[in-house]
Design a protein around this ligand. Structure first.
Ligand code: AMP
Ligand code: GLY
Length: 410
């Protein structure tokens, strides 16, 4: 099977390794990819925003499957353009990707499917905004309706800050605050069936002890020893399966990865948000743990053929830690030279890297993601942090507490 993978982050590097480890994958291509992915795939310098060029590439390579990593091409309809050529795609249509592209749309589907989530109002005027904020009270949760590259959500006790953010959005969703630990739980769907993956937890704040600004994610781990034993089953029954059924009933089946961001509240599990793609960096812990061959799995999802598939997991824990550039997330400094250890027990995934005259340089806010896999979270942590101590990138930083509490049974 020839596969084209679209994207260039740490998530795509982990997916590329998973795909190429499946014997069914005979040829792997990536657009545009990154220097890490280049070691296992042929790169094609095409922007993820260029639907027609991606489709033309898939056709000229005669690939059997296209896997789309990031949300932007999905929300732009890249999957539709490629599917129209008769090529199977793992990734939802533009219509189904609205689950990530519009918070208001996602709320409507959840309402129709009876899926538990925060109560909300969708507002377009100042008086609606004030009314919604005062209905729920503090802490205020204010969400830009559309894609905002991780900057769309403000959670604050300051009513003026909440109003200011709300007024900066053309359409805004204001919702009830959900109290409780957050987890990420993904499902792989062929449009009719959805296979729930194991849960992971992402660390969104930039610094240790959950301090500092919100980021795309500074680390993750899986499994979650502290989570309720039935969390996967409950999420499948109350959230993933009803969402897939509702999307199919609307005539816009969701084929791809449905990412449920969940809060475990005292009243039960509630959806915080959906994404229409694999999470980053959760993918960097889930793919190393997944024993089911990935290329075959994603091909079967893309071709409406998951009826007989079950997911198998390695009985190992994974911890991943993001190396970020100085100034991330506000104004990351890039172009610094990176030195990597020649050998490492950990997997070092490239995220924001580039090469110039044979040197490896930082080219993004999140530069690398380093995953340790081991018998338990403590061992996995030790493997990841041992590798981190041998990576040099001037003034870069990483969190030292990824999975620390969970590894101590908290
Ligand atoms: P997002 O940018 O959509 O990933 O959201 C960023 C973060 O905002 C989430 O990870 C949560 O920590 C927080 N958040 C979003 N919605 C709520 C909510 N209803 N209650 C509490 N926190 C929330
Ligand atoms: N880790 C959060 C995300 O991928 O959106």
């Amino acid at each position: 099977m020839k596969i084209l993978l679209v994207g260039s982050g740490g998530r795509e590097h982990a997916l590329a390794l998973g795909l190429s480890a499946d014997k069914a994958c005979t040829e792997l291509h990536a657009a545009p990819g990154n220097p890490g992915i280049a070691t296992i795939a042929t790169l094609h310098p095409i922007a993820v925003t260029d639907n027609d060029a991606l489709a033309a590439l898939a056709q000229s390579l005669a690939v059997d499957l296209v896997v789309i990593g990031p949300e932007v091409p999905l929300v732009n309809g890249a999957a539709d353009v490629i599917r129209a050529l008769g090529i199977p795609v793992f990734g939802p249509s533009k219509a189904a990707a609205q689950l990530e592209g519009s918070k208001d749309f996602a709320k409507g589907v959840m309402r129709d499917a009876g899926v538990p989530t925060a109560q909300s109002f969708t507002c377009t005027t100042e008086s609606e905004i004030i009314n919604a904020l005062d209905t729920f009270g503090a802490p205020y949760v204010v969400k830009d309706d559309g894609l905002a590259a991780g900057k769309g959500v403000v959670v604050t006790n300051d009513r003026d800050v909440a109003i200011k953010h709300a007024l900066s959005c053309s359409v805004v969703v204001i919702e009830e605050y959900l109290d409780g630990p957050e987890i990420s739980l993904f499902g792989i769907s062929d449009g009719r069936n959805i296979l729930a993956m194991e849960p992971a937890q992402d660390f969104k704040r930039a610094y240790d002890n959950d301090e500092g600004p919100n980021t795309g994610g500074m680390g993750a781990y899986s499994p979650l020893p502290w989570a309720p034993a039935d969390i996967v089953e409950t999420t499948y029954e109350t959230i993933l399966a009803p969402m897939i059924a509702e999307m199919a009933a609307r005539g816009t089946p969701f084929v791809g990865l449905l990412y449920a961001g969940l809060a475990l509240t005292k009243n039960g599990v509630r959806v915080i948000e959906f994404n229409a793609r694999f999470g980053d960096p959760e993918t960097q812990v889930l793919i190393p743990r997944l024993a089911t061959p990935l290329a075959t799995l994603l091909f079967n999802a893309a071709t409406d053929n998951l009826d007989d598939t079950v997911l198998n997991w390695r009985d190992e824990s994974a911890v991943t830690v993001v190396v970020a550039s100085e100034g991330y997330p506000e104004s990351p400094k890039m172009g610094a030279e990176i030195s990597l250890p020649s050998t490492s027990e950990a997997s070092i995934y490239h995220a924001g890297t580039s090469t110039s005259d044979g040197r490896l340089l930082s080219s993004g806010g999140r530069v690398l993601t380093v995953t340790g896999l081991g018998a338990n979270l403590t061992i996995a942590r030790n493997i990841a942090y041992a590798a981190l101590s041998k990576i040099f990138l001037d003034k870069s930083f990483f969190r030292s507490d990824i999975a620390l509490a969970a590894s101590k049974g908290k």
